[in-house]
Design a protein around this ligand. Structure first.
Ligand code: BGC
Length: 562
């Protein structure tokens, strides 16, 4: 795939908007308050995110409770008390915050008794010396969908045995049990095509195995992450992950791909799984950034805009899968180094709204969005503050963002403003954005020249953020985990580490994949990476095929380290 093949630096101009303007960016994303306790000054607070929730009868939802300032060394105990209906209960009702959990927070689960009559409870979270927080939880009176707010909370996540075998055989036993995405990258992947990308297991084989993993883990629910990736005219601004369907093959996409997958997902045997679908990477944003109104435009993206193949295809997928009660649809939302400029940000949300209401779909079919899929944009840049002194740097190039966490949280807000459900959550693909290893800076540079300073301070070591193919120096990122930050449902590994982004030279194949020179280390680039060298690793196989040298480097440069 070509996430980021769609960069538009230099064409965004100096943005004067306020989207993403940092509101007091602070080291590690938390207020630096020293570690000696609240101390003098304004009274610190307890916060809850979200503070207003809706839960279906018989289901549960979560809110993240944190402190605004470090507790004293003996810790701070926050007690939750309820007023209003007794139909909703909280767990735990007492939380001790200490130096290791006050910043990341603790999730509280609110469960509603079965039923659809209206019930609202208000919980007060209080501790002496802190302003309290209130959380209002209402039981929904509509049809019970059985969905939970964040499917990852309290759940196990499916480990693909085929990826596990590759990882273990190549020195990756420390991570072989991690959950990764299962890519339905062709029609034949549904039944299993014994290809290097999908191996012997078809969709039902994976789901059967997920049921087995679910049974083995006791009463803990099981999430399985499946990537829906086969639109007509796929990856219209790049070549490495062009697919099997031509630009006018929307009818085949619906009948031979979406409907067939839905038929399998609907089987009663899979009704207890939480099925997370990642919907069509690299599609809708291309209709904003890579059409002829931009210098980065391609003829194929023009075609896909005009013939509605992407918009109607995504709408059809959302409507069809959204009708399955245990499916959670997460739509691809690019990454900050692609959509983080005002000229791309709002228009991308708008086209997602258009797609989510096409082909009979409604906004309710979107459970959330995912950023950074198969890309390597840093989760956080701990040594760079984004403000109007750093935004003119070549690296940031007037983008409103310089990291995925801030971008994902802002994207969520903007999507809610556009009418998506207030409870949507974000996923961030952290499979390859760790950027550890010997070249990782250990603190901010204080060089006086802006570009020298930013380049020496940034953990993302790419030559340019528009580089997306097998970037040299990347490392595994944050290990997958649930509810890591407000608005974020999970850090996930959707791109299975070790699988190539594209061949570094022309390799004939029957997968529809072309040769994209962004995967060629000798190529000097194009407007999408501002004519920089690609930084791609040499000797890369076709996209999706195992790339042992890359896997070794990802292990070595893992951050957090393994
Ligand atoms: C490829 C797919 C592959 C996926 C996961 C994409 O770039 O085009 O064939 O399944 O990556 O590795």
């Amino acid at each position: 795939m070509g996430s980021g093949a769609t960069f538009t630096a230099g064409f965004n101009g100096i943005s004067t908007g306020t989207t993403g303007t940092p509101t007091g960016f602070t080291l590690n994303g938390t207020a630096c308050n020293g570690d000696g306790g609240p101390g003098p000054g304004p009274t610190p607070s307890i916060s809850a995110t979200p503070s207003s929730l809706t839960v279906a009868g018989g289901a549960s939802v979560t809110s993240n409770l944190r402190l605004s300032a470090a507790p004293t060394s003996s810790g701070v105990t926050v007690a939750l008390t309820r007023s209003g209906s007794t139909a909703i209960t909280a767990s735990p009702t007492s939380i001790t915050f200490n130096s290791s959990n006050w910043q990341s927070g603790v999730n509280v689960t609110f469960s509603a008794a079965a039923g659809t009559t209206s019930a609202t409870s208000t919980f007060t979270a209080a501790a002496s010396g802190y302003n309290s927080a209130t959380i209002s939880v209402a039981r929904s009176t509509g049809p019970v969908t059985g969905r939970v707010d964040n499917p990852y909370v309290g759940a196990g996540v499916y480990n693909n045995p085929q990826w596990r075998a590759n990882a273990a055989a190549h020195g990756g036993s420390a991570i072989a049990m991690q959950p990764t995405g299962v890519w339905m990258d062709r029609i034949s992947a549904i039944t299993g095509n014994n290809s290097p990308t999908t191996g012997t297991m078809g969709l039902a084989d994976h789901l059967d195995e997920a049921v087995a993993q679910d049974q083995a883990n006791g009463s803990t629910p099981m999430v399985i992450q499946i990537v829906i990736y086969n639109l007509p005219g796929r990856d219209c601004a790049a070549l490495a992950s062009n697919g099997e369907l031509g630009p006018n093959d929307l009818p085949r996409y619906k009948a031979e791909y979406v409907d067939v997958i839905a038929g399998i997902l609907r089987r009663p045997a899979y009704a207890n799984l939480r099925i997370v679908l990642i919907i069509e990477i690299d599609s809708l944003p291309n209709l904003v950034t890579n059409v002829t109104s931009r210098p980065t435009g391609t003829a194929m993206c023009d075609t896909m805009l005009q013939n509605r193949g992407y918009v109607d295809g995504v709408g059809y997928a959302l409507a069809t899968f959204g009708a399955i009660p245990n499916v959670y649809n997460y739509v691809d939302a690019g990454h900050h180094g692609w959509l983080g400029w005002d000229t791309n940000f709002g228009p991308s949300v708008d086209i997602m709204r258009t797609a989510a209401t096409a082909s009979g779909s409604t906004l309710a079919n979107v459970h959330g969005f995912i950023t950074n899929t198969a890309n390597t944009s840093a989760l956080q840049e701990p040594y760079i503050t984004v403000d109007n002194t750093t935004r003119p740097s070549t690296w940031i190039d007037w983008n409103q963002f310089n990291d995925e966490l801030t971008y994902a949280q802002a994207f969520r807000q903007r999507a809610v403003q556009a009418g998506f459900d207030a409870n949507i959550g974000m996923l961030i693909d952290t499979s390859r954005n760790g950027w550890g290893g010997p070249n990782r800076p250990t603190g901010p540079s204080n060089a006086s020249d802006l570009n020298t300073r930013i380049d020496a301070s940034r953990i993302d070591r790419r030559i340019h953020k528009g580089n997306w193919c097998n970037p040299s120096g990347a490392g595994l990122g944050e290990r997958p985990r649930a509810a890591p930050a407000p608005g974020i449902d999970a850090y996930v590994w959707i791109k299975p580490p070790g699988e190539s982004d594209g061949a570094s030279r022309e390799i004939p194949n029957d997968e529809g994949k072309g040769f994209d020179r962004m995967c060629d280390p000798t190529y000097g680039g194009n407007p999408r990476n501002n004519n920089n060298m690609t930084g791609a690793k040499p000797n890369a196989p076709l996209s999706g095929h195992w790339f042992p040298e890359q896997f070794q480097e990802l292990l070595q440069n893992a951050y957090p380290p393994l």
